[in-house]
Design a protein around this ligand. Structure first.
Ligand code: SAH
Ligand code: SF4
Ligand code: F3S
Length: 436
């Protein structure tokens, strides 16, 4: 049997699209493997959000050169880096057979056919950027977690960000199609459904029928089944009271919200084109905490955006200190050619960026530990994910607030919800025992 592998970089959107690609390959008769050395077909699903992503991809492509020489494997590149680079990639890596942009993975079967029959030497397809892509079935690696793209693209043009250029304009998937998918996954027994979009709470803005994110969440919660709904990412500017109410009213929606901050300085937020001030962000986060008791907040933060002074950075630390995020994804600003911030004056030295990142991480780690400690003695509902990777003796699962919990238990509990009493906590992990 022919074998295929997919290497995925980047965000959940790419994970979702890799699951769709995996389904395509299997329907073409390939068996999926993680071992690229034995693959007849190797696809890299790429990201270009920060500089480091490209470096990693170039490294991997170098490695694939040898595998292709040895086995004659077909090599494909999809995702945001493929969309951005297009045919340019062939100059450096002529051994790539297929380059497919984000909108075009549905055309992979055709492309493979042409490569296999040698009617074309290379297939490069990066068009139709602004169409709604065709609906494709996905084969998720996990039996517990499924994801659904509810919007594609982004219209926000945050000045540092390449995503609007590689994912096209914002477009929403019709509500009934999303509900159909939720019903399908709930019936199949998935316990966690993640809704995906660059700005999920602008869902439906391109419709004339008034459907919006709040309505979508309400309809999803009506679907029968014991599952948890998560979504990434909402934009603080578009977080309506109605959405907060729907979450508060529905236990099916996870008590964990990702609320990208990016910076705590109003001046920098303006230069980033984020559409909110430091005070507005804090007010929103506090309102959410008050109306949704027990909610855990996480955020993305960039340090060293052009023009960021020590004082601006102190504003970021101040917000982190005040809001007490459960966890943060923290990045040094990385220049993306073609974006507005790339040509801004006052780019920050790497050393200063590194120093700020270290200080931010140190503060966040102490906040995360404090947050963890609030679980001591409490009993929490946990979705069992399976044996812990590090220690086969214990099971690993996650709470509705997305905390990792380790506890002793039978492997048969995998995919089920159990109650666990917490008796020890570390920065990222809680430890406990199953109770009735
Ligand atoms: N649409 C989502 C995610 C965008 S990309 C959102 O708006 O939240 C994920 C994260 O990468 C962003 O939240 C941002 O923190 C970070 N990021 C994007 N562009 C970046 C850049 N040029 N340099 C550093 N980090 C960046
Ligand atoms: Fe990028 Fe901003 Fe769009 Fe997120 S909202 S994808 S950060 S432009
Ligand atoms: Fe990367 Fe594209 Fe996601 S640039 S973060 S894979 S939308």
């Amino acid at each position: 049997m022919k074998k295929a592998s997919i290497i995925t970089y980047g965000c959940q959107m790419n994970v979702n699209e890799s699951a769709k690609m995996s389904n395509i390959f299997q329907s073409l008769g390939y068996e999926m493997t993680e071992n690229i050395d034995e693959s007849d077909l190797i696809f890299l699903n790429t990201c270009t959000v920060r500089e480091g992503a490209a470096t990693q991809i170039y490294g991997k492509l170098g490695e694939l050169k040898h595998i292709k020489a040895a086995r004659g494997s077909i090599i494909g590149v999809t995702g945001c880096f493929a969309q951005e680079q297009g045919r340019e990639l062939l100059k450096k890596f002529p051994q790539i057979d297929i380059i497919m942009g984000n909108q075009n993975i549905g055309k992979i079967p055709q492309a493979l056919d042409e490569i296999e029959h040698k009617t074309e030497k290379h297939i490069v397809y990066t068009d139709c950027e602004d169409d709604l892509p065709p609906r494709l079935d996905a084969d998720f690696e996990s039996q517990k977690t499924a994801s659904i793209s509810i919007t594609y693209g982004c219209n926000n043009f945050c000045t540092y960000c390449i995503v609007p250029y590689v994912r096209g304009r914002e477009r929403s998937v019709p509500l009934d199609q999303i509900i159909h998918d939720v019903e399908k996954y709930a019936k199949k027994g998935y316990k966690e459904i993640i809704l995906l979009g660059q700005n999920v709470n602008s869902y439906g803005k391109d419709f004339k029928n008034g459907d919006n994110f709040a309505k979508l969440l309400r309809e999803i919660c009506k679907v029968e089944g014991d599952f948890i709904v998560r979504f990434v990412s909402p934009h603080p500017r578009d977080f309506t009271d109605e959405v907060i109410d729907v979450i508060a009213e529905n236990e099916k929606i996870a008590r964990s919200l990702h609320l990208p901050l990016q910076s705590g300085s109003t001046k920098i937020l303006k230069a980033m084109n984020r559409g909110y001030t430091k005070e507005q962000y804090i007010a929103l986060a506090e309102k959410i905490k008050e109306r949704i008791p027990g909610v855990a907040l996480t955020a993305d933060i960039i340090v060293g955006f052009p023009g960021e002074t020590e004082e601006d950075f102190q504003d970021t630390l101040d917000v982190v200190q005040r809001i007490q995020f459960e966890n943060c994804f923290m990045f040094m600003y990385s220049i993306r050619r073609g974006t507005k911030a790339a040509t801004m004056e006052n780019q920050i030295d790497e050393d200063v960026k590194k120093d700020r990142l270290q200080r931010l991480i140190a503060l966040q780690n102490s906040c995360s530990l404090e947050e963890s400690k609030t679980y001591l003695g409490k009993t929490v509902r946990v979705l069992v994910e399976g044996e812990s990777k590090k220690n086969k003796e214990v099971l690993s699962g996650r709470t509705s607030t997305n905390k990792v919990v380790l506890f002793k238990g039978d492997k048969d509990l995998e995919g089920k919800f159990v109650n666990v009493k917490i008796n020890e906590c570390k920065t990222w992990t809680l430890y406990g025992e199953i109770v009735e």
